[in-house]
Ligand binder design. Structure first.
Ligand code: DQQ
Length: 497
């Protein structure tokens, strides 16, 4: 091709070329200064509030469209960052998913920024799927994410901030040598995704796990690196099991054995145990155990069983979650995607789908056998009018209306006192699936002690209601409280859904 240009035009073109392709040094890692291409994916039109009667205002949501997994949560230079899977084209999971980006000073009030990562390159042209952020000591944050490449194969890519002095980290640059990991032998191109936050191991090398499925086993595929750029697959996964499906969005982190404080992801000492979380069958399951870096093995106290007895973060709508260590308040924070149950048609009509859970402080229970979670303390910023009631007697079959609350969202603290527990029915939780018990014995079925609880979002005639109810049982070692919700009458529009 011959370019015949006047001198001035020629200079402009040169300037454009330099702007697009110059090579930068960021974090000491060489990156390609490509425009991130997100200009083509911005979606700014905002729906009117009155059209959105069931829209949440406590939880994190973009102004419109589909949201799923939280990605790369972190704190940097005074600012909390949340990236998330987003479809810029509508309220449905799309063929082209991107990383949207929001920032906050308190994890409650958020500002939506321009999108961070969009499909532009052969290694992510069909979507930028989930991943995590790692802060390299003395250098700054790096994102690892899954790209869906031109052959629809899942590969792992890296992106770095364009300007480390920008606390908002508004612009991200993809690494020139992406992809940095491709599916290893034995792992198919659709079973290799969702890199975790990496950690510095005993030998000074970085470790990261990728969710996978191979040989009928769900697994945490382990990669190691000296420089965060060149990654080698460890011979064996950090953990694998035949009892689960493909692992999505794994998470791996230490928890303190004697404190509710969080610990940074690379901490390894006598005072911590390690949590391994994996998403499969649409739920997030976890194990507590010991990480043995010399053997590159994770040894859980109790292996996954593939049954309902496996530990779950949440028994409601909560998936693809991710934690991060908040160094400001020394705590570990859990985010999860609240994947609603509306139909695709309803989602399209309302113009949005999905929200992020209220961020939760998460720590190891004193028993060492399970995790404990609680909404972060900043949630008190959302509290408005307080309604208090004391000493109300609930007779069998009676309903008592709490007056003074007109909002569709309320944070409720309630204490029920039961005068008599002796008559509770016996329940052996290892023989009965409590989850099924909630569904089978919905809120309308009477037991000896329960159901009692709250009817939320109820119409005056109670034809529409969402029951949150409790039943008490006698267990093998004491009393058991079963907490359930019954969404079967939560909308009149599509009864029984
Ligand atoms: N969602 C992402 C995947 C991940 C899945 C795509 C989990 O990376 O495995 O949006 O919800």
């Amino acid at each position: 091709m011959t370019l015949v240009l006047k001198r001035q035009e020629n200079m402009e073109i040169l300037a454009v070329l330099v702007g697009l392709f110059c090579v930068l040094q960021s974090n000491g890692i060489e990156v390609e200064a490509l425009e991130n291409g997100c200009q083509n994916f911005q979606s700014h039109t905002v729906m009117l509030q009155e059209q959105q009667s069931y829209r949440s205002s406590f939880h994190f949501q973009p102004p419109k469209n589909w949201l799923n997994d939280p990605n790369g949560p972190m704190w940097y230079k005074g600012v909390y960052h949340l990236f998330y899977q987003y479809n810029p084209y509508g309220a449905f999971f799309g063929d082209v998913m991107i990383w949207a980006h929001s920032v906050s000073h308190d994890l409650i009030n958020w500002i939506h920024l321009n999108h961070a990562l969009c499909p532009t390159e052969p290694y992510d042209i069909n979507s930028c799927w989930s991943g995590s952020a790692t802060t390299l000591p003395g250098k700054g944050p790096v994102i690892l994410y899954t790209g869906i490449d031109a052959n629809h194969c899942q590969v792992q890519n890296m992106a770095l901030p364009k300007n480390l002095s920008d606390p908002l980290l508004e612009e991200w640059i993809k690494f020139a040598q992406n992809p940095i990991m491709t599916p290893p032998d034995g792992v198919e191109g659709n079973n290799f995704r969702d890199p975790t936050t990496a950690w510095l191991s005993h030998d000074g090398k970085w470790s990261v796990i990728i969710g996978g499925w191979s040989n009928n086993q769900g697994m945490a595929i382990l990669y190691r690196s000296e420089d965060f750029v060149n990654w080698t697959k460890n011979q064996d996964p950090l953990y694998s099991t035949e009892r689960t499906g493909m692992w999505e969005c794994p998470d791996f982190y230490p928890v303190s054995v004697n404190s509710t404080d969080g610990v940074d992801t690379s901490v390894l000492n006598e005072g911590v145990k390690h949590v391994m979380k994996a998403g499969f069958n649409s739920h997030d399951y976890y194990m507590i155990g010991t990480y043995v870096p010399e053997m590159e093995k994770y040894i859980p106290d109790n292996d996954f069983t593939g049954t309902s007895m496996d530990l779950r973060y949440d028994h409601g709508k909560f998936y693809a979650s991710k934690t991060f260590f908040d160094s400001v308040k020394n705590r570990r924070i859990l985010w999860g995607w609240v994947n609603e149950s509306d139909s695709r048609e309803d989602d399209m009509e309302k113009g949005w789908s999905g929200l992020q859970s209220i961020p939760r402080h998460i720590w190891l229970d004193r028993s060492g056998k399970q995790l404990v979670q609680w909404p972060i303390e900043e949630i008190s910023k959302l509290h408005g009018k307080k309604v208090s009631l004391f000493h109300k007697k609930l007779d069998s079959g009676s309903i008592f209306e709490v007056q003074g609350i007109t909002a569709s969202q309320a944070d409720v603290e309630v204490v029920f006192e039961l005068p008599e527990l002796q008559q509770a029915e016996f329940l052996n939780p290892t023989a009965v699936d409590p989850q099924l018990l909630c569904t089978d014995a919905n809120a309308s079925i009477k037991g000896r002690l329960g159901p009692f609880g709250l009817l939320t979002l109820a119409t005056k005639d109670l034809t529409e209601q969402t029951a949150i109810f409790f039943r008490i049982f006698k267990g093998l070692k004491g009393y058991l409280v079963l907490m359930c919700s019954d969404p079967s009458r939560s909308t009149l529009r599509d009864e029984g859904r």
